[in-house]
Design a protein around this ligand. Structure first.
Ligand code: MG
Ligand code: ZN
Length: 226
């Protein structure tokens, strides 16, 4: 029984990898930078994206794919924040996005109008780590209202991510969350993580995040022009 289940899972994942490779090919061909945003529920991904849209809408051509288990609430928020290209994915109960869902969402996006694509995954640090969506990199967000041992509990996700955003820094000191310990834990799993410390309420650290995004797009363009 267990072996059967493993075989089915392997099939699902290899089909997913095939579709993800196709997405990656299409996005790379057009020089689009793509980020898969992952986290636990409630880490503030949508708020962060709202702020990012507000700050970068006039500087970058941004598209967003917003995954949600049952509602389009996040997509609606992103539209209201000024998102010009926002496509919701309702997973209908599934606890992760997969490459097939992203392929469908991309069909409704004019890729000529995009420089950077944000894919907001479903809040879950377990299976989204196994599902490649064809992105350039995963960005994991954890907030100061969570345990600072999250990286140790979900090592696969932190290992497979390229950047870590520690969000809600305005709440530091109001819980047992130890910022230095959180960073140490994250680095012990993945020393290459790009680290950001942000607060969407005070705006702290957001500028550094924006600059990094702008640099990603600029570097991609420079590389493609070579
Ligand atoms: Mg959200
Ligand atoms: Zn899942």
């Amino acid at each position: 029984m267990i072996e059967e289940r493993i075989t089915v899972e392997r099939k699902v994942l290899s089909e997913n990898d095939r579709l993800a490779a196709e997405i990656r090919r299409r996005l790379t061909e057009r020089g689009i930078v793509s980020l898969n945003l992952v986290s636990s529920p409630g880490s503030g991904k949508t708020s962060l994206l709202e702020k990012t849209l507000g700050a970068l809408n006039s500087k970058l051509k941004i598209a967003l794919i917003a995954g949600d288990v049952q509602t389009e609430n996040d997509a609606d928020r992103l539209l209201q924040a000024g998102g010009k290209i926002v496509r919701p994915i309702i997973t209908g109960g599934a606890c992760h996005l997969d490459a097939r869902m992203v392929t469908k969402a991309l069909e409704q996006i004019d890729l000529e109008e995009v420089e950077i694509l944000f894919i907001e995954n479903v809040g879950n640090l377990v299976c989204p780590s196994s599902y490649d969506l064809g992105e350039d990199m995963k960005v994991v967000t954890m907030s100061t209202t969570e345990g600072d041992d999250k990286p140790l509990k979900y090592p696969a996700m932190f290992r497979r991510s390229s950047a870590l955003i520690i969000n809600k820094t305005d709440l530091l000191g109001h819980s047992d969350f130890d910022l230095e310990r959180a960073k140490e834990n994250a680095r012990s799993i993945n020393p290459d993580l790009e680290l950001f410390e942000t607060s969407c309420r005070t705006g702290e650290g957001l500028e550094t995040w924006y600059e990094w995004l702008i640099r990603l797009v600029r570097d991609r363009k420079a590389r493609d022009a070579e």
